[in-house]
Design a binder for this molecule. Structure first.
Ligand code: GDP
Length: 594
């Protein structure tokens, strides 16, 4: 890019046609440049800012993100979710307040399902409509003449799965905390998820009817998690309720409406139709049934919908009472019939003019995905490249440590680092314990990484991290961890090696062989064990030795590799103290970013 190239403002998402106009050229020229860069796009296709910037650059412009469209909050992080990009392209004068979409999170057995039921039944209208309330993944109620939409699949797994796909299913989180049980591990996780999504939290202090309820203690615990109750001088609304006795439900609805009023939850009912897939399944008689939550525009019978890799013309549409409807406006959940395939919950849907166009978009997206298959990984190096390009101003981390005692010093030191630099460290979640699937989900949803101190990554977490392209870094010395993160923040991180898992075997018996010493008679449980791999010896979840494989035998023969399900004998250089039940986990070292 030359010094004199002309600056041009480009939105976060733009069609090829509009980009051509902005660059004062024709669409064919833009498509050619895209093709030369490995992106197949048609004239109506939406491309993101990064891609558009490359095209602009090649045509002699310097692309800068369209500034006014970005709300202050997101300008800081540089992460603009897709739904926001679409709303930002709407004419601001056409935007009106839409009903808030609320999701319920909280620890198991604290009363999420009971609360959803209680809310549903306090709604007189729902009762009058016959009460045939079927589950479609969301429902609406009226309170004081205003509508509220509830997602009725509680739990943060669903919530984060949506965010990982760029969707923001909910506008407000109700955190259910049982007044007799207080803040529990999943309560903390839920808080982290809601905070990472920057969604306001209202606390429903449930089971207030119980004699062992202790609201003040729970408020103290909440304050420790950064949620200071309003009657304690903080800004978190804490509403005492009893889902069982249907007490406090009106107060909770009022709190929701107040929060909705404060938060700008807008949509253009006449604008581009888009929203999120809430759930989908196949019905033997009706075919694919999908519940869509409309977030902008108005969805109508006969519209051609594209969601994930699925498309189709709406043949029938139902509300949450199972009643046929002709259209669904912003914040309305609608169950539709007519899609070709089952989309995934969290997929964003849009409306296209014809089925042909929808098909073309899907095949272009598939071609694009095939070309860019490996670009998703959020390693520290790649994150830094983004910082440099000004795309991200925040390093999102999930921290796991072996003991509670090491949490505070780590979190404090990271926050101190954050104060020095331009780039902020945002700790999404910090807890003692091994790295689990939830940690990876949370990191994935915020394009963050998981950092462990003296812990293991559970096999399912590792698999998920691989699939979702989330980087897991494990350290055993605090200053090394801080040094790395500091370097990343300052952009000086040298390429490093990461462990790439290859296989796992369980030790079933120990043999002693004169030349080799003790070797581990093992069965391969996952992947494959290769002779030239490195190995961790893990006992009850803790690594007791790390070294190299010195010998690998299958039925007395020396072999190069042993596959999943097979038995073998493994020798480890410098280690003989095997015990039955030990896990041998093999890995290779790969350069980060490679
Ligand atoms: P979830 O796992 O969070 O969805 O919790 P549930 O809604 O399934 O409730 C767990 C248990 O707590 C059930 O036995 C409920 O009957 C009970 N429960 C839920 N809300 C209340 C309440 O307000 N008061 C009392 N005493 N029990 C409740």
């Amino acid at each position: 890019m030359g010094e004199n190239s002309k600056k041009i403002e480009i939105p976060y998402a733009v069609t090829v046609r509009d980009l051509a106009k902005l660059l004062q050229t024709n669409s064919i020229q833009v498509i050619k440049v895209l093709m030369a860069n490995g992106v197949m796009a048609n004239i109506n296709q939406m491309i993101d800012f990064d891609t558009a910037a490359i095209v602009a650059n090649e045509i002699g412009f310097e692309a800068v993100p369209e500034s006014e469209a970005v709300v202050e909050d997101e300008k800081e992080t540089g992460e603009v979710p897709l739904w926001r990009q679409i709303i930002d392209r709407e004419d601001s004068k056409a935007l009106i307040q839409r009903p808030p979409v609320v999701t319920i999170l909280g620890h198991v057995d604290h009363g999420k399902t009971s609360l959803l039921d209680a809310i549903r039944h306090t709604d007189v209208q729902a009762g009058e409509a016959g009460g045939i309330t079927q589950h479609i993944g969301a429902y609406q109620i009226e309170s004081k003449g205003k509508t509220i939409t509830f997602l009725d699949t509680p739990g943060h797994a669903a919530f984060s799965a949506m965010r990982a796909r760029g969707a923001q299913g909910a506008d407000i989180v109700i955190l259910v905390v049982a007044a007799n049980d207080g803040v529990m591990p999943q309560t903390k996780e839920a808080i982290s998820h809601a905070k990472a999504a920057r969604v306001p939290i209202i606390v429903a202090l449930n089971k207030i009817d119980r004699s062992d309820a202790n609201p003040e203690l729970v408020k103290k615990q909440l304050a420790e998690q950064g949620l200071m109750a309003d009657d304690w001088g903080g800004s978190t609304m804490v509403v005492p309720v009893s889902a069982k006795q249907k007490q406090g439900i009106d107060d909770l609805m009022e709190a929701i409406l107040m929060t909705a009023e404060e938060t700008k939850i807008m949509a253009n009912p006449k604008g581009n139709v888009f929203g999120t897939v809430i759930e989908a399944s196949v019905d033997v008689k009706k075919g694919v049934m999908a519940t869509l939550l409309v977030q902008n525009g108005t969805l109508k019978m006969g519209d051609v919908v594209l969601a994930g890799n699925s498309y189709g013309k709406i043949r029938a549409m139902f509300d949450f009472h199972g009643k046929k409807i002709q259209k669904a406006g912003p914040s309305t959940p609608a169950q539709i019939m007519g899609l070709t395939d089952v989309p995934t919950a969290g997929d964003i849907f849009q409306v296209y003019a014809t089925e042909k166009e929808a098909r073309a978009v899907i095949s272009a997206a598939k071609a694009d995905a095939a070309l860019h298959q490996t670009t998703k990984k959020a390693t520290l190096e790649e994150l830094f490249a983004k910082f440099k390009a000004g795309e991200t101003k925040e390093l999102c981390l999930v921290i796991k440590t072996d003991v509670n005692g090491s949490l505070e010093p780590i979190v404090n030191s990271l926050n101190d680092l954050s104060k020095e630099g331009e780039i902020k460290v945002n700790i999404l979640h910090a807890e003692a314990g091994n790295i689990n699937e939830n940690d990876v989900t949370l990191a994935a949803a915020s394009h963050g990484i998981v950092v462990g101190f003296n812990v293991q990554a559970e096999p399912l977490a590792r698999k998920k991290a691989e699939n979702e392209g989330v980087s897991i870094r494990i350290y055993d010395i605090i200053y090394r961890m801080l040094e790395d993160i500091e370097k990343a923040l300052k952009g000086m991180l040298a390429p490093e090696f990461k462990e790439v898992f290859t296989g796992r075997a369980e030790v079933l018996a120990i043999f002693t062989i004169s030349k080799l010493g003790a070797i581990a008679g093992s069965r391969v449980r996952e992947g494959e064990i290769r002779r030239n791999n490195k190995v961790h010896v893990i006992r009850k979840g803790t690594t007791v030795f790390t070294g190299e494989i010195s010998s690998l035998k299958h039925e007395k023969d020396d072999v190069k590799e042993v596959r999943n399900g097979m038995d073998c004998c493994i020798g480890v250089k410098g280690f003989e103290a095997f015990e039955v039940g030990d896990i041998l986990e093999t890995f290779i070292l790969e350069r980060f970013g490679s």
